[in-house]
Design a protein around this ligand. Structure first.
Ligand SMILES: Cc1cc2nc3c(=O)[nH]c(=O)nc-3n(C[C@H](O)[C@H](O)[C@H](O)COP(=O)(O)OP(=O)(O)OC[C@H]3O[C@@H](n4cnc5c(N)ncnc54)[C@H](O)[C@@H]3O)c2cc1C
Length: 457
């Protein structure tokens, strides 16, 4: 079977890998110059780094399993996380239950209430009951207004920016429930995973395996149209680096593009399906990555509470992965999620940095602009689907109304938060669905990998 795949991110590559392993011929077209989509990397300080900060949780079993299958298991490091909260001009550690008990911005009663509600969410398996209510309303009702304003509201804002108050409680449940799995049994500390060498290396090895088995991957080759004949997708129109667009024929097509791009490639899609695709909006992410002479703080992931700071989180990567991998430099991401209409989205990188810099002194009063040796700017348009209430009704099927055309994108990940792990699961699921639909033998559901034993570092 010849399968055309649009997008060389985690989903597209995982689908191609499973198809090529079964003896089929996938051809992946990627508009960008790199593998890995949102998890792609750039070079800094002699090392490779994700354009947007990336790590894994212990619950990310599909990604961890893939890393092991590719022979990269010994490069997967599990490192104690250093999560913090910036509130009222002070940095608070925020990893263990003891940290919560010491969190002075909340009264003792509120701290205990927050702890009990967290415990309840961690032990609740039935997330469906959270579908109809926003996280804000649920949290205010059960954990109280103060706990929302000081702790969980800022966490939601850090992920959904100005749309935080629309987010479904089912999404928030997923975040709390799955996070527990990142704690070793009996241990209070959380460990986060990182493939030493970067996520980019994982996708490169994956691409090598696909090519070795006969698959093709074409970078800097955007798909401009899905060819549809008599209600069936039969090919892809692609734009090479030179010459006119070319048409390639396929038996099956899988698109991993964001939902708003998909109808542009397939004008034949029926209106009701296009309306469904339009129901899920995305937030974009903008990132400033600073290469510093000095550390900004001791925290890896710092959420910012309060509304007077123009970025939502600070991720100091070298408080997670040792700076020796980046020529001894300190690497800090300043992260923002926002709508594309927000004025900040269109700011030039110099303007954005100028807007951010005065606020860095709040985090570390000694900070000086001269610490910045260089900085980079990255923008991701479809960074975060906004998971609103009754979201399950808004998820498009993998099978589209056009025969032999499949969709596999981050809007279909639910109730978990989108991430490389779930895109790998998605790609593998859709490959399986395609194989089943075309009469190739597959048995039952996608198997759930066991959490592999990972070396500790
Ligand atoms: C700032 C940020 C931080 C993140 N942090 C983490 C983290 O810590 N851990 C984690 O696991 N995940 C994280 N994620 C999420 C993770 O990166 C994504 O969920 C995942 O990589 C999505 O993979 P995908 O293949 O589904 O989509 P994408 O990566 O978006 O891939 C889709 C691909 O399709 C291509 N494409 C689009 N249109 C066309 C076209 N017409 N022709 C050809 N190609 C096309 C795009 O260029 C893209 O490469 C983060 C994301 C962001 C933005």
């Amino acid at each position: 079977m010849k399968v055309g795949i649009i997008g060389a991110g985690a989903a597209g590559l995982a689908a191609a890998y499973d198809l090529v392993k079964k003896g089929h011929h996938p051809t992946v077209y990627e508009a960008g110059p790199k593998l890995g989509g949102q998890a792609s990397t750039f070079d800094v300080g002699g090392g490779r780094l994700e354009r947007g900060y990336h790590h894994l949780f212990k619950s990310d079993i599909y990604m961890v399993d893939l890393i092991h299958e590719l022979g990269l298991g010994d490069k997967l490091a599990w490192i104690e996380s250093k999560v913090g909260f910036f509130h009222g001009g002070k940095i608070y550690n925020f990893v263990t239950p003891m940290d919560l008990l010491r969190f002075k911005p909340l009264s003792l009663v509120n701290r205990i209430r927050l702890g009990l509600v967290t415990l309840y969410l961690q032990r609740t398996k039935n997330w469906k009951k959270f579908e109809k209510v926003t996280a804000r309303d649920w949290i205010v009702k059960w954990a109280g207004r103060k706990n929302y304003d000081v702790v969980w509201g800022p966490l939601l804002r850090g992920k959904f920016g100005s749309s935080a108050e629309e987010v479904s409680m089912a999404w928030f449940w997923g975040k709390i429930y799955l996070r527990v799995a990142s704690r070793d049994k009996g241990m209070q500390k959380e460990k986060l995973g990182y493939p030493m060498g970067s996520f980019g290396e994982v996708f490169e090895v994956l691409a090598d395996r696909i090519r070795e088995k006969g698959g093709e991957i074409h970078l800097s080759t955007p798909v401009t149209r899905v060819v549809v004949e008599d209600g069936r997708a039969t090919g892809l129109e692609v734009k090479g680096s030179s010459g006119p667009p070319e048409i390639h024929n396929f038996d099956v097509i899988i698109s991993t593009t964001p939902s708003y791009i998909f109808p542009r490639l397939v004008p034949e899609l029926p209106d009701d399906y296009v309306d469904l695709l339009g129901q899920v909006k995305y937030h974009a992410a903008i990132l400033i990555v600073m290469v510093l002479k000095q550390p900004l703080s001791h925290i890896y992931w710092m959420n910012i509470s309060g509304y007077d700071t123009p970025f939502l989180a600070i991720i100091e990567h070298t408080n997670f992965v040792d700076r020796s991998h980046y020529g001894g430099k300190h690497i800090v991401y300043l992260s923002n999620y926002l709508s594309k209409e927000s004025p900040m989205y269109s700011m030039k990188k110099e303007e954005l940095l100028a807007e951010y810099i005065p606020h860095l002194k709040k985090i570390n009063p000694a900070f000086d602009q001269s610490w910045i040796e260089e900085y980079y700017y990255h923008r991701e348009e479809a960074a975060q689907p906004i998971v609103t209430t009754n979201y399950s009704e808004k998820i498009p099927d993998y099978r589209t109304p056009i025969q032999s055309l499949y969709l596999a994108n981050t809007t279909q990940i639910y109730p978990e938060d989108r991430g490389t792990n779930y895109s790998v699961r998605l790609g593998r699921k859709v490959a399986r669905l395609v194989l089943g639909d075309y009469g190739h033998r597959v048995q039952g559901e996608l198997p759930r990998p066991a959490i592999p034993l990972t070396p500790e570092r």
